[in-house]
Design a protein around this ligand. Structure first.
Ligand SMILES: Cc1cc2nc3c(=O)[nH]c(=O)nc-3n(C[C@H](O)[C@H](O)[C@H](O)COP(=O)(O)O)c2cc1C
Length: 228
């Protein structure tokens, strides 16, 4: 009997891990993300060497663990023993003007919708319900990879926060540099997970902003999925 109980507990535990059920969405649609990992099967050199833009994705959903890892690598929280909570990307003056949104269409255990990534709590906060991939693709000048990828990470930036400190130089240069750092983190993390992505800069700002219901301007899109 005791053995049977232990066996059942192991089975339930495995099911929770496999199906991501331990990370259920609450009534507001928010979801706590699994803890990000700090090891990959490939080295950073191998990731740099094999990374290529991917615009065609297999029809396979992303897992919450993959989403967790990508968002953490983009703009996530790093706890530094000297300076406390800091971020995964370098930012001029430590302003960290970027926010990440997830436009999810096919992610296990996650309803389709638009989510804001709360980097402090490592959770997704639902902003809009429903699959917005097709209208995001049309806002991105019809680029089909945005429609077919299971999810797209959108980086937006608080331009006024940076302009207040650094004037036009901050607005015209530093924000793009910050976004480039976070974007490269996404690209290399995707590669390390055996996923593919492409940096997308061609889109209509106002349309993307409206889809996200964001106060800030979008700077970069990263559709992500399994390579075909
Ligand atoms: C700032 C920026 C904007 C880009 N915008 C787009 C885009 O809108 N659509 C697209 O398909 N690729 C876009 N790309 C990807 C480039 O086309 C791609 O990185 C380049 O052709 C080199 O290929 P590789 O990434 O495979 O090395 C962009 C890349 C950068 C850095």
């Amino acid at each position: 009997m005791k053995k049977m109980c232990i066996f059942l507990w192991i089975l339930v535990f495995k099911l929770l891990v496999i199906t991501d059920l331990s990370f259920c969405q609450d009534d507001s649609g928010s979801v706590r993300l699994p803890v990000s990992r700090d090891k990959s099967k490939i080295s950073v050199e191998e990731a740099i060497n094999s990374r290529k833009s991917v615009r065609s994705f297999a029809d396979i959903p992303l897992s919450l663990q993959e989403v967790s890892q990508l968002l953490w690598a983009a703009v996530g929280r790093i706890d530094d023993s000297t300076s406390g909570a800091t971020r995964a990307y370098p930012s001029a003056g430590g302003i960290y003007p970027l926010k990440a949104f997830l436009v999810a269409g096919k992610v296990n255990s996650l309803d389709s919708g638009v989510y804001w990534y709360d980097w402090r709590e490592h959770q997704l906060v639902r902003i809009v319900t429903g699959d917005k991939r097709a209208i995001l693709a049309s806002a991105a000048l019809g680029q089909s990879c945005v429609k077919t990828a299971p999810a797209t990470i959108v980086l937006v930036a608080d331009f006024s926060a940076v302009k207040r400190f650094y004037g036009n130089r901050g607005r015209d240069r530093y924000i793009s540099m910050d976004a480039g750092h976070a974007g490269q983190n996404i690209s290399l993390q995707a590669e390390a997970l055996g996923l593919g992505t492409v940096a997308i800069g061609a889109f209509h700002d106002e349309e993307v902003k409206k889809i996200l219901q964001a106060d800030n301007a979008p700077v970069y899109l990263f559709p992500v999925g399994k390579k075909e």
